[in-house]
Design a protein around this ligand. Structure first.
Ligand code: TRP
Length: 332
């Protein structure tokens, strides 16, 4: 039995803001699913992070539950992993407060995402947006995570979590495990279908630029057909062929075929054939995810009970770290 072998702890989160795309799936959630065999995994829907930008309460409530259902539909297995909704585990907010007092204004001011978001939401530069990375540090450190799978854009936040952990440990002894970011290799970055030099994003105003995980088959095929490529009529992975490279990446992830195999498969064929194959394969690949999602959303009581179970398990672990922190700091 493997029971005595301690697996590394992997932790990650995703914000429940709007639809999840094929890019989120391939770039993040698919890795979460794979990690379940090698690690003890903890995955959360980061709804506390979501309110750092203005949210409609009803939409946030709906998106949070849908995002939770969606990660399960994608294959996060509550029997193997702990999956939960961040706001249902109060220790995140509690540890976050303590860590606020061990983070410096100067270092937080240098966070690139804060600077970007302040520009983008100039009418709402709230303090939560500023301390967002500290809440994320609390998410990670509460569970003594070894690995944190994230996109490149979140790497700086994992680094600040390490800085805060190191500083805290320096003062109080070994309280926190040092987390390591895990950035999936470049192949897993899916680009916009409308502008393949930009990352595929669910917040893109151009709906043709992304594929939602729950999108229907016709729409997926139509968007792939309309995707921006080049005029060379050569299915090959080369520099400068951003659109084709992106479709080849998608096709490769979904079918498991290498770029060479794909090049051979479409040798002498036009982009029309290639795009149709990509569209159909992606649609077939996502269909069972959609079915599982609909089944979960159709049984809300069951879905909510899964969230409650996940929160209970998470909280049990989180309480351990938090009480140690309180003791060390001198809080009664
Ligand atoms: N900030 C992350 C994002 O927007 C989501 C997130 C919240 C997260 N807490 C986390 C990721 C903890 C990894 C670990 O993508």
């Amino acid at each position: 039995m493997e029971q005595n072998v301690k697996k590394p702890i992997s932790l990650s989160g995703i914000q429940p803001t709007g639809v999840m795309t094929l890019g989120n799936y391939i770039g993040a959630v698919k890795n979460w699913v794979t990690f379940q065999d090698e690690c003890d995994c903890i995955y959360m829907i980061a709804n506390l992070h979501a309110i750092t930008v203005k949210q409609d309460p009803a939409a946030l409530r709906k998106n949070t539950l849908e995002a939770f259902a969606l990660i399960l539909a994608c294959g996060v297995d509550p029997e193997k992993s702990i999956a939960f909704i961040q706001s249902q585990v109060p220790q995140h907010a509690e540890l976050s407060w303590v860590l606020n007092c061990y983070a410096q204004f100067g270092e937080m001011s240098r966070m690139t995402q804060f600077k970007d978001k302040s520009r983008k939401h100039a009418d709402n530069i709230n303090v939560g947006l500023f301390t967002y990375p500290i809440l994320m540090a609390a998410d990670i450190l509460l569970y003594q995570a070894d690995v944190v799978p994230v996109g490149v854009d979140q790497k700086q936040h994992v680094e600040i979590a390490r800085d805060i952990a190191g500083r805290f440990n320096g003062l109080y002894g070994d309280v926190f495990k040092m987390p390591t970011p895990f950035i999936p290799k470049a192949g897993a970055k899916i680009m916009s279908l409308a502008d393949p030099t930009k990352k595929m994003s669910k917040s893109d105003d151009n709906l043709n630029s992304f594929i939602a995980i729950l999108e229907d088959k016709d729409s997926i095929i139509r968007k792939i057909k309309r995707s921006v490529t080049d005029s060379e009529a050569l299915v090959a992975y080369r520099e400068g062929k951003d659109g084709i490279n992106n479709l080849m990446t998608i096709y490769s992830v979904v079918t498991g075929k290498s770029f060479e195999e794909i090049e051979r498969e479409f040798e002498g064929k036009g982009y029309g054939d290639f795009k149709l194959a990509v569209g159909e394969t992606v649609a077939d690949y996502l269909a069972p995810v959609k079915d599982r999602f609909n089944a979960l959303m159709g049984d809300k009581a069951y879905l909510e009970s899964l969230a409650a179970d996940g929160a209970e398990k998470a909280s049990r672990l989180a309480r351990r770290t938090l009480s140690k922190v309180y003791r060390k700091v001198g809080l009664l």
